[in-house]
Design a protein around this ligand. Sequence first.
Ligand SMILES: [Zn+2]
Length: 224
Amino acid sequence: MTDDASPPVNDIVLEGADDGLCLRFVNTVAWRKAKTPEERLPSAPAVLDWCLGAGLLENEAVSELKRRWEERPCEAIAFHHRVLALREAVYAIFRSRILSEPVPVDALRVFNEILAASPVRRWLAPSGDALGWSVGSPRSDFPALLAPIIWSAADLMSGPRVLRVRQCEDHKGCGWLFLDESRAGTRRWCSMGECGNRAKARRHYLRTKHPDVGSTSGTAPDRG
Ligand SMILES: [Zn+2]
């Protein structure tokens, strides 16, 4: 039975995404603020592999799409192009919020076009032992495939937690975005394990080798 209060029984159900999903997606460019950023989604199949790792797609769907794209490479190229456009729009919007600058109009337009074409979140339905969004029949086109990322970005951008989005201040140019969950809201690095430790080691080095020099100078070591 279908009415306005319940989804059709054959609808697929997408789990709601956490805030961090859209940031992990943006962070598929590593060393964003370095001279040579590292692209971790160099092709359409690489996007599918990333989605598989993020739990957004099943193995079967990935294999099927890869097969299809082998026969239709233009489709793969167009998909890849739009994925990167989405990612860079999301990055530009978050970056403007981090810098307390006006949201870039072009980035917002690109994001809104994609958001408008993505599945509508109309009904909740059981998904395993949780609830997810019932979005109609399975679709393998661009916005539908990345819907949880798009929703995650839209929710985070429009909610209060956007004020907790930060960009890693690593001096080598890590540039990853992260959510600052610290009580004081003063976290500066994407992780204490890597960028934070590197900053601490660098401060220690500068203090011991150049006690008279300020903490912002020094030569960056080779990128690890
Ligand atoms: Zn970092």
